[in-house]
Design a protein around this ligand. Sequence first.
Ligand code: 3PG
Length: 207
Amino acid sequence: MTAKEVMEISPIVPVIAIDDEKDALPLAKALQKGGVNIMEVTLRTKAGLKAIELISKELPSMNVGAGTVCNEEELIQSKNAGAKFVFSPGISKELIDASKKHDITLIPGVATASEVMLAQNNEIFYCKLFPAKISGGVDILKAFQGPFSKMNFCPTGGVNLNNLNDFLILKNVLCVGGTWFVPKDAILNNEFEKITLLCKEALDSLV
Ligand code: 3PG
C-alpha cells in the first residue's frame, strides 16, 4: 500500500492509544460502522503491537497501521505485527532508510521547511504535519504550498470537529488525524457505539 493510497482511504484518521488488546476488534468494527476504514494504532502503549496483530489477522478489511514509530526496531516490530504502513511523529534519514530496507510504507511527521526538504529529497511526498496546530496549522500549510508544491499532508495534533474543514479544504491536505473521535475514556468504558457516532458526526460535518 502506497502512502498516497493510505492517505486517500479516509478524510479522518483515528490516532489510537489502546490499553487493553481485547478492545482492539470492537474498536475496529465500531470505526468501520462509522465509515472509517483506517486506524493508526500507536506504539505508546504496551498493547499497541498486539492490537495491530489482532486486527490484521481477524479483520483484514481494516487498514491498520502503526503510529509513534520512532526507530528501525519499532518499524520492524510494526511490520511483523501486520501493520500495512507506519506513521511517525518525526522524520529521520535512519527511519526513511529502514522503511526502504524493510519494504513498509512510512508516513513521517514534519513541522518545518527543512524537514519537508528532507522528505522531498528522499522521494517522500506524503507526510504528517505534526504537531499541526502549534507548528503553524493552516497558515504553515498555505506557506508550504509555494516552495513544496508536490507535498501532501495529514495534519495531526490539535485537529477537532471545529477546525477539520479548515485543514481539509486546503489543496495540500488529503486527510487529518486525531483523537477527538476515539476518546480514551470511550475505549476504556467500551462505549463503542459512541465512537461510531463520533465518526459519523465528523464525516457528516465535512464541507
Ligand atoms: C497525538 O499526539 O496523540 C496525536 O497527534 C493526536 O493529537 P490530538 O489528541 O490533538 O488529536
